[in-house]
Design a protein around this ligand. Structure first.
Ligand SMILES: *Cc1c(COP(=O)(O)O)cnc(C)c1O
Length: 394
């Protein structure tokens, strides 16, 4: 059989009738949401510290075991405000190129130049041993990202920051509910930001939160997310509108009731993938960090074209034939965007690990309502393709 007809045979055997996307939100009961909407209709309080907003903030503080949390309209504005609140609005900030565009963009919007540092091949996060070499007299902070929920080397980053008087901010958009050394991962750093976007583990459609570490910082953040308004006749500075509405908070309250079940269901998917893919030559499975209670928000694999006998792009395109829509997060690297590619630190030769990971990574579908049978089928497709289609016959 030639490769094309071998693929047709496999698609007939394993193909899905509907697309399986990389993620899909688990919806709360519409009845329960409607009941909360009735409360909003009665009170006519739609935003600005409404009752549901207050309730969600308190519930999240309890769930995440943190004290100072501010809700936001999305994670990007929360990051923007974190930098403003810490006075980081000039100079340079060291960050990773292996992230979502929001991370370097918030630096740009704060008139800060991103300085890209290479990543650790084991965690895909900032390589803490290379941060010091990126420091200049203009460096103000380190902006780390806990990519796919794997903790950054928080101790090493902290040590560098202490030595050089830098602030540490974490983009914890992937880290909802993760506990690291018995503490919420979002609790590390001077400030950290969560995203509640529809594609994230815990979602309010659009939304986010900023975690700080003193009531003073929290107050400042809350002023900044409300135009700088600090009272009927006081505006303390150039704030922005970063507020979360009651409709989002209502959705969040119901999502929070289900989040432990969501994590457990994703964990089952991750375990199926792991069991089926562990022996496949050329594949690297997601990092399994120690002392960490994961949230299974993502299942990134690396595809080594030699060992697997097809490269990541070929696997990605071939999976689409089966109606499996995996995603190449994070390819392109941020350092490759036209707006940053001219920076000295964006030179691909400076970022060899990030360049390779971006070339090899593929995030497989994972979400709470993905059935065990379907995740098993996806894993079998990936495991059998080399032998049956890509021509890697023993
Ligand atoms: C999703 C995401 C963001 C942006 O969050 P929004 O809530 O969509 O604004 C920022 N950083 C990372 C790493 C993300 O994955």
């Amino acid at each position: 059989m030639d490769n094309a007809s071998a693929l047709d045979t496999m698609v007939a055997q394993y193909g899905f009738s509907e697309p399986i996307y990389v993620t899909r939100p688990t919806m709360p009961s519409l009845e329960a949401y409607t009941a909360l909407l009735e409360g909003i209709w009665d009170s006519r309080w739609l935003t600005n510290d409404g009752a549901l907003h207050t309730q969600l903030e308190q519930a999240l503080c309890a769930y995440l075991a943190t004290e100072h949390l501010s809700l936001f309209c999305n994670g990007t504005i929360a990051l923007l405000v974190a930098l403003q609140a810490l006075g980081i609005n000039e100079g340079e900030v060291i960050t990773t190129p292996f992230t979502f565009p929001a991370t370097p963009h918030v630096l740009h919007w704060n008139r800060v130049q991103p300085v890209f540092c290479d990543i650790d091949p084991a965690t895909y996060n900032l390589d803490a041993t290379q941060i010091e070499a990126c420091i200049t007299p203009d460096t103000r902070a380190i902006l780390g990202v806990h990519v796919y929920g794997t903790p950054c080397d928080v101790d090493a980053i902290d040590a560098v920051a202490q030595r050089h008087g830098l602030r540490v901010i974490y983009d914890a958009a992937h880290a909802f509910g993760i506990r690291y050394r018995d503490r919420s991962l979002a609790d590390y750093g001077d400030m950290a930001v969560l995203s509640f976007h529809a594609t994230k583990l815990f979602s309010t459609g659009e939304g986010g939160a900023l975690i700080s570490h003193s009531s003073q910082d929290r107050r400042r953040v809350n002023h900044l997310k409300n135009f700088g308004i600090a009272g009927e006749e006081a505006v303390i500075g150039p704030g922005i509108n970063g507020k979360m509405s009651e409709f989002q908070a209502a959705f969040g309250l119901l999502q929070l009731e289900n989040v432990d079940a969501e994590i457990a269901n994703r964990r089952a998917v991750a375990e199926t993938y792991r069991a089926e893919l562990a022996g496949v030559p050329g594949l690297t499975l997601p990092p399994q960090p120690s002392q960490t209670q994961l949230n299974y928000a993502y299942f990134p694999i690396l595809v080594d074209p030699e060992g697997y006998s097809a490269d990541r792009d070929t696997l990605h395109a071939t999976l689409k034939r089966f109606n499996v829509v995996a995603r190449k997060y994070f390819h392109l690297l941020c350092s490759r965007y036209a707006c940053y590619a001219g920076l000295p630190s964006a030179e691909p030769a400076n970022l060899p690990v990030a360049e390779r990971i971006a070339r090899e990574v593929l995030c497989l579908p994972i979400y709470g309502t993905l059935s065990p049978d379907d995740s098993l089928t996806i894993a079998r497709i990936i495991a059998e393709l080399p032998e049956r289609v890509f021509g890697n016959r023993p």
